[in-house]
Ligand binder design. Structure first.
Ligand code: SAM
Length: 211
């Protein structure tokens, strides 16, 4: 892999403009996101790749979709036979489609309301950039730290979390890895698809809980 890929991102992403995700995803923006067939297809494609990286052996695994939005990942996972729980901080997303089979729960993914060792895997698609995007922001640092502890606690031993996200810079991406490894017993590595094509690039963080 060429390590010199750049993050020369010119257009501001919503998470740079809006402080809180709940202020951005509301009203018409929320409706447009949730009803978009093209976003649904893109998110499903990312979920398929995330599953490939997870390499789950258990056919009826229980998977947490963290930051599920309207449930694009969880809907797909459910269709192919996995049991899912969809968590999002915006309940209007969870109510957009009838997803009661996906066990929707309105909660903050940094403070998951589950017993320890509940899930066989965690998938999080396009949500982490809302939690951590500014190196100097103490609040964001604490949320990332708490999220990683919460993921570690709710995963079963010998299981994994896969997180796809859009960091603003390589430094932020690497910082995220460092904060997680420092505060948990996760082993982790980044998988970067199409590293040299900014438009097609997809960044995944695979976290392994060994015990
Ligand atoms: C770009 S959307 C992606 C939604 C979905 N994963 C998908 O692939 O379509 C980002 C989602 O992350 C959720 N999110 C951001 N911060 C969160 C938090 N702290 N706890 C739970 N959900 C959060 C937002 O509410 C939003 O639904």
């Amino acid at each position: 892999m060429n390590d010199n890929y750049d993050f020369n991102i010119k257009r501001k992403r919503p998470e740079e403009i809006w402080n809180n995700v709940t202020d951005y995803f509301r009203g018409e923006i929320l409706r447009q996101y949730a009803s978009s067939k093209s976003i649904m297809k893109i998110q499903e494609k990312i979920t398929i790749r995330a599953l490939e990286l997870l390499d789950l052996r258990k056919k009826d695994a229980l998977i947490l979709d963290a930051g599920s939005g309207p449930g694009f990942a969880a809907i797909y996972l459910n269709e192919i036979g996995y049991k899912t729980v969809a968590v999002d901080v915006i309940s209007a997303f969870l109510n957009y489609y009838d997803i009661k089979d996906l066990n929707p729960i309105a909660a903050d993914m940094c403070y998951l309301p589950f017993k320890p060792k509940t899930f066989d895997a965690i998938i999080s698609i396009s949500a982490l950039q809302w939690i951590y995007r500014d190196l100097r922001n103490e609040q964001m640092y604490l949320m990332l730290k708490d999220m990683s502890k919460s993921f570690f606690k709710t995963l079963k031993p010998n299981s994994q979390a896969i997180i796809q996200f859009y960091p603003k810079s390589k430094k932020i991406m690497e910082d995220i890895g460092k904060v997680i490894v420092k505060n948990t017993d996760f082993d982790g590595n980044f998988i970067i698809d199409n590293p040299n094509n900014q438009k097609k690039r997809k960044i995944f963080l695979l976290l392994v809980k060994n015990r």
